[in-house]
Design a protein around this ligand. Structure first.
Ligand SMILES: [Mn+2]
Length: 262
């Protein structure tokens, strides 16, 4: 499976069709050493996502994705996604900061469509802005610098020309480094800056924003310079060692609704 030369960031569509009955998830951080979390995801697809028409993954489905030639490490996850598509459902995936190298082969093998971050969609009459959310963690200047480097198409292409093993080693070391750094970062530094979300919402002409990344699930109603908007933050998932953290947001009958998984 060879890299086709298209930077993953250039593989994303900038428009989504209107959503009929969508379900949103993010930050599952799936990997092969997290069997219980994978099982929770498979059960969610069979039992919960099946009740909806579109599954929208707002980033970090994977703990890390070293490039599309990494796909062979995750046959069970790829099959589960493909089976969901085969039910006639739609599947959309956004890059997170850990799986920003998801590309055309992932799309082809799962039937998912990669979507830009941020992107506007409609659910019913509601215009909604979707994002992973890390773009709005603007207090963390070092992180933003790092993010813009990794989102540069030329950088992505040159990373993908490295051997898979080198990329996996690099991803592991970056992850360890970020875990290490994050223990010293404040709560505020690791959260979005509401003013920046408000500006993006205002520019996109939406009153509702859905994002993940911060692992601070909530429904906020903000009033920022007389601009009022709702911000729904998706939970991360962790079912390892008896934990039952995870959930989804759905839209049905004109309402967004949070559901916890257990
Ligand atoms: Mn993230």
């Amino acid at each position: 499976m060879s890299f086709d030369g298209i930077a993953p960031i250039n593989s994303c569509v900038k428009q989504l069709p209107a959503l009929g009955k969508p379900v949103f998830i993010a930050d599952l951080h799936l990997s092969n050493d997290k069997q219980a979390t994978k099982e929770a995801f498979f059960q969610f697809l069979r039992r919960d996502a099946i009740k909806f028409n579109e599954l929208i993954i707002l980033g970090d489905l994977f703990e890390f994705w070293a490039g599309d030639d990494h796909i062979d490490a995750f046959p069970d996850i790829i099959n589960a996604l493909k089976n969901y598509r085969l039910l006639g459902k739609s599947l959309y995936a956004m890059h997170g900061n850990r799986d920003f190298l998801l590309g055309k082969v992932f799309e082809k093998q799962t039937g998912a469509i990669l979507i830009s971050d941020p992107v506007v969609t409609y659910a019913g009459h509601e215009r909604i802005l979707l994002s992973h959310g890390d773009e709005w963690c603007t207090l963390d200047k070092d992180y933003q610098q790092f993010r813009s480097t990794l989102r540069n198409p030329d950088v992505q292409v040159s990373i993908l020309q490295e051997k898979l093993k080198h990329r996996i080693d690099l991803a592991n070391s970056l992850r360890d480094q970020s875990k290490d750094e994050n223990t010293h970062k404040s709560y505020e530094l690791m959260d979005v800056v509401v003013h920046d979300v408000a500006r993006a919402a205002r520019q996109a002409n939406v009153a509702t924003v859905i994002h993940g990344h911060t692992h601070k699930p909530a429904h906020h109603t903000h009033v920022n310079d007389d601009f009022r908007f709702d911000r729904w933050v998706l939970p991360d998932w962790d079912f390892e060692n008896g934990k039952t953290r995870g959930g989804y947001l759905s839209y049905e009958g004109g309402f967004l609704h949070f559901e916890r998984l257990s």
